[in-house]
Design a protein around this ligand. Structure first.
Ligand code: IPM
Ligand code: MG
Length: 361
């Protein structure tokens, strides 16, 4: 198959990890007889420097015309003080809104090989953590009406959801749960928020179509507590934009694998999806061949699976990553006892890690 992939290396370690992801994509193309071509996109801090705009329209257009989009990371301290209207984060929100990718899939998985890095006690973690967070991504308070009073002493943002915006997320949650351990938890604040009560109403109206899925509701405050108290009760979580933002950071941290976690942002399926590691731009280690490229490589696997329907290829990438971990290869963020890993000659940099995965594929 022929596919065009828009690459947004972005800032900080973004370019480091994207280089390795491209190595993996090229290897998949070779091995399985595909042809991938790449289009470079400038967004984030780099675009602010060059165009005074974190996401110029022409750059977004390149993404919209591609078959899929892969992003490294955007932002960094250099742009902390730019005007709020052109902050690097605007590039992310602009991409999500512009590409209409309303559903953000964030798997929080504990890799058994990295169990030592998990901050929770053994008896809590048991045989592992495997949670899929389905976060609403183009609505709610991050996209709602906001404003300031003329005296500058009052400011507001609005949480607003339509039935359809909710339904497509909750349905996706049910669909994923059906294929997994069959538990869906809808997280909200329905004891206070009107919009949350609509989430429940929508969920109640469609739950009958998924009789084999156990449905639970949790308030966001309770859910964030339950995540550290007993993470294994969760299978799929469906929630709003802001709650999903917060919960997914918490979930990723408790797996101990933050440098390993991928994400996919999907729309109706007619346009391209947006794939990115969940970690940030880590400017302090940029360009030093230190960053862990595995989260981006695993995002490539999600791209192959969801945008290109290449399940066999996706599995090959995931297996290769697992094999590399099984053999003990580690970048420093997942090394645990760095000296011990070094003594075994298994401490590797960004490029070596990418090449190891390529060899396994
Ligand atoms: C994320 C990030 C972004 C978000 C920021 C950088 C705009 O935190 O992808 O979770 O809040 O969505
Ligand atoms: Mg976030």
């Amino acid at each position: 198959m022929k596919k065009t992939i828009a690459l947004i290396p972005g800032d900080g370690i973004g370019p480091d990890v994207i280089d390795e992801a491209v190595k993996v994509l090229n290897c998949v193309a070779n091995k399985f007889g595909h042809e991938f071509t790449y289009k470079n996109v400038i967004a984030g801090g780099k675009a602010i420097d060059m165009f005074k705009n974190p996401l110029p329209k022409e750059q977004l257009d390149i993404c919209l015309h591609a078959d899929s989009v892969l992003l490294g990371a955007v932002g960094g301290p250099k742009w902390d003080n730019v005007d709020a209207s052109i902050r690097p984060e605007k590039a992310l929100l602009g991409l999500r809104g512009g590409m209409k990718v309303f559903a953000n899939l964030r798997p929080a998985v504990m890799f058994p090989q990295l169990k030592n890095a998990c901050p929770l006690k053994d008896e809590i973690v048991g045989d592992g953590i495997d949670i899929l967070i389905v976060r609403e991504l183009t609505g709610g308070i991050y996209f709602g009406e906001r404003g300031n009073s003329s005296d500058g002493k009052t400011a507001w943002d609005t949480e607003k959801y339509t039935w359809d915006e909710i339904e497509r997320i909750v349905r996706l949650g049910f669909e994923f749960a059906k294929k997994r351990r069959k538990i869906l938890t809808v997280v909200d604040k329905a004891n206070i928020l009107n919009s949350s009560r609509l989430w429940r109403k929508v969920t109640e109206s469609i739950k009958g179509e998924y009789p084999d899925v156990e449905l639970n509701y949790l308030y966001i405050d309770n859910a964030s507590m339950q995540l550290v108290r007993n993470p294994r009760q969760f299978d799929v979580i469906a929630t709003s934009n802001m709650f999903g933002d917060i919960l997914s950071d918490e979930a990723s941290q408790i797996t101990g694998s933050i440098g390993m976690l991928a994400s996919a942002s999907l729309g109706s399926g007619k346009g391209p999806g947006l794939y990115e590691p969940i970690h940030g731009s880590a400017p302090d280690i940029a360009g030093k061949n230190i960053a862990n490229p595995l989260a981006t490589i695993l995002s490539v696997a999600m791209m192959l699976r969801y945008d290109f329907k290449m399940e066999e290829e996706a599995l090959a990438v995931e297996k290769a990553v697992n094999d590399v971990l099984d053999e003990g290869w580690r970048t420093s963020d997942i090394a645990g006892d760095i000296e011990a890993v070094k003594a075994q000659g298994k401490l590797v940099g960004t490029k070596e890690m990418g090449s190891l995965v390529v060899e396994k594929i």
